[in-house]
Design a protein around this ligand. Sequence first.
Ligand code: XCC
Ligand code: SF4
Length: 634
Amino acid sequence: MAAPKPLIRPEDITICESTQQMISKARRDGVELFFDRAAEMKPCPIGADSACCKHCSMGPCRMNPSDPYRKVGVCGASIDTISARNFGRMVAAGTAAHTDHGMAMLELFRGVIEGTITDFQIKDHLKLHEVAASLDIETNGRAIEEVARDVYRELEKTYTQVEGEIPLVKRVPAKTLETWRREGIVPRGAMREIMEMMHRTAIGVDQDYENLAKQISRTALADGWGGSMVSTDISDILFGTPAPVEISVDLGVLKEDQVNIIVHGHEPSLLESMMVSTAAPSLQAMAREAGAKGINLVGMCCSGLEVLSRHGIPHAGNFSSTEAALVTGAVDAMTVDIQCIKQDLHKVAGCYDTVFVTTNYRAKIEGALHIELDEHDPLKCTDEIVIKAIGRFKNRSQPIEIPRRVSRGVHGFSHEYIKYMLGGSFRGGYEPLNDNIINGRIRGVAGVVGCTNPRSKQDFSHVELVKELIKNDVLVVQTGCSQVALAKAGLTTPGAAAMAGPGLAEVCETVGIPPVLGLGACVDNSRILMAVAEMVKTGGLGDAIADLPVAGCAPEWMSEKAIAIGQYFVASGVYTVFGHTFPITRETKFEKLLFAGLERQGLGTWGFADSPQDMARLMLAHIDKKRRELGIDK
Ligand code: XCC
Ligand code: SF4
């Protein structure tokens, strides 16, 4: 009999000490985690390089990634066709995820305007007016409902329009938009672009990788400047635009003597409703009668990021820590909606008697309890979950072990706030951003975003990359699981300015901000688009987004959504580096197009690196190149 394989040490799986502690506990408890399966299941080397196609039943056809032009598929499809089609379908899936989420927010907004939904309101009138103004909708002297109706009608076109240009391209800097028009990649409407992407990647349709690449960009742009941006705008209008607030992050936010409820997923409405339920005096009293000191509501992943900055709700951790949270035994209920919800959470929850509830009709899990959140009566769902959580608290039978770690940090930097904070506008005020870039105190701006992935050491590349960037005077903006990684590592405090280079440190100390600014969930990458558009419009740094000394990175990406995001940043003009893996065959024409050709068309370009030092090196080299081209390098 073969000897059992030695287990990977927790400290080699993650740098998150709380998650390390829970990996050890899970092993003692005999509970399998996704880290274990990642170690067990080696990725298929052909699939990893995107060198196979299963778009029809003449295949599946497999190419040889080390000799990619030796064979073609049964239909004759070349490696470039095959990998461009695979890439296009990833972009379509990622775009569909963000735009469907955005559409759900828009439907909620419509219900609020029509008065059929009364548990949510238009909370941020100022934001509504700003969004209206950006769409050339008259606001002067008009009732808020009228303006809201027009905003709704206009934004709906993001999805349903079949010709023309999606409404939010009005926010794109003129020269960038001109490039898109020349290349024929301005999105018409998200549904149309996703549909066409799926059509063109089917057997026997578009078999020219350059032509496919255009639709890939057009689809991705319907995400960034479409579905995601609508989602951010509407969420701000309904729930409030974030402003900086100090938050606790890490598994130590769970409380042994309270009823712990975790909300994990992506739609802010579930957590917003859960906040109302957990604050209800009757349910608070019920919790106390059960012996609890109170009800502790905690967010995870993007749901958590949506509300942490709006309401100061604590955050337990990112994608790779969702099972770890359950392993504490302290979670009385975990409730989920859409996206990044591992099917095995249901099973792990079962091992610890945690109430696990799916709430969205789009995302059920076989065997899991489903209590649907109906926006017309959201408290019905969330009250019931709270009652179940209290029941579980009362009957807790498992030993509880909560890691003690908690990091405090400041989050909630909407692009509106960055603008205000750095001088009323990005230029022409007190210590404005553009001036500090031009005078060299800030070398450039980097977006570090995206997932964690059990195939790379959790959080490690995020943290090392960001440390390297700020040391080199690069201001970092963040979203998604990356933001949580840096929060846990303590880099979202103003004190972290001490780790920044002298120029960036001076700016941070003067303004009183951390060198790492958390902007929210993955859909809030649209805030980064708005920030770079604002930088161009402010002046002094070129005419197009592609001229700016900025770069982006998703060091530990895993989701198709990340590919869609990466592609919309690239198509918008941003140099975007992905870490550890990239779904493409090397030394092919399609690879050269993504990694060099798009830049020649006036767009941005993709980059790839396996170590955080190399990611930083590539990003800094790009920022310096742009500074030289702008004539502002010293
Ligand atoms: Fe998911 Fe949005 Fe990725 Fe995190 S970063 S693993 S997509 S939760 Ni958005
Ligand atoms: Fe093979 Fe072509 Fe069918 Fe793909 S579409 S599986 S390459 S025959």
